[in-house]
Design a protein around this ligand. Sequence first.
Ligand code: BGC
Length: 403
Amino acid sequence: MNLKFPENFFWGCATSAHQVEGNNKNNDWWRAEQIGEVPYKSEEACDSYNRYQEDFDLAKKMHNNAHRFSIEWSRIEPREGNFNQNEIEHYRKVIHALKERGMEPFVTLHHFTNPIWFADIGGWANKKAPFYFARYAEYVVKNLGEEVKYWITINEPNVYVGMLALGYGPWTHWPDQSRKNFFRFMRLAKNMTKAHKKAYKKIKKLQPNSFVGLNHGNVFVGRANNNLVTYFVWFLVNWFKNKLFLNKVARYLDFVGFSYYTRVIITPSFSNPETWVRWEHKDDRPVADGGWEIYPQGIYFVTKQAMRYKKPIFIFENGIADADDDQRSMFIKNHLRWLHKAISEGADVRGYFYWSLLDNFEWAEGFKQKFGLVEVNFNTFERKARPSSIFYAQICKDNELKI
Ligand code: BGC
């Protein structure tokens, strides 16, 4: 059977600046890496700042017709109010390189990193954070707006804020995690939603025909059993994880974008409160290298849930850490099968981006987790396409999945 995807569907891969570019010395992650606040150093990362042409050749070989990457705020505005036109020209070249290869650029303006000056005034806790972010967004769009139609203001604000203010799940050891509490969570969340709205308005004013949205980090929230406590906790977690931000910014979105990797399971147990929200699955279910459960049905449920916003939907990240590359093709196949089911039931999905094109700097986990369709040797920077990239290429080429 062949599962056809909608006409003009976007197929691509996603990356982010700090994870692939290398030498982003002016941001808070770099600083945290240098002082040991986070356990690994990004250093040259994939050296994509210099090797982007080679990267895009690989994406083109995969028949991608779109590519998602991020602009590094700390390069554009290394000091408060001081904008660097050379870096704008760099990103212009990056965008041209994509277009020359027939790929639509999807540009993220914030993917987890902040300029050091911004971090030093309190980062996202500062009341003026929305103003600073929107000013940066406006500058970028004034300069590059003619070249780009799809803008993603902020990557996974819900994940980011949760990481900073609560430090939950698999990702502890992030910069600026010293004060974890719920009030901080609400404050950061409020500033990030405000920042999105402000940036949205500015971008649309400059470029009314653009499509502006954000990328939300969704998970499927499952229940281990059905008692009242479980249901209550499930409701809260689902609301916090999958709805809080989107509900707040829904009027300021031309599309809804989300990442989907795995599910969490709610298992309230009064003897062991730590396991109420279970991320890692050590039992008989298939898992990725880092321990995340592989749960393809989840992409169907979260896509269906996203339909409530009545906007076009993009899957901006879906991928697996799989160094041996023995699960990746199956992972993509099964997720696309479930995504197709959601589409056949009316979900207006416009694109799918695999995370990631390359093995890269996986934040507090360093270079250990291998998400890439392309393997990177971090000593020589040599790129080597994995067999799964051939599998993905066929899907992108045919705009259909053969099952
Ligand atoms: C983030 C990426 C990260 C990926 C895999 C996503 O939530 O946006 O930056 O590499 O997860 O962990």
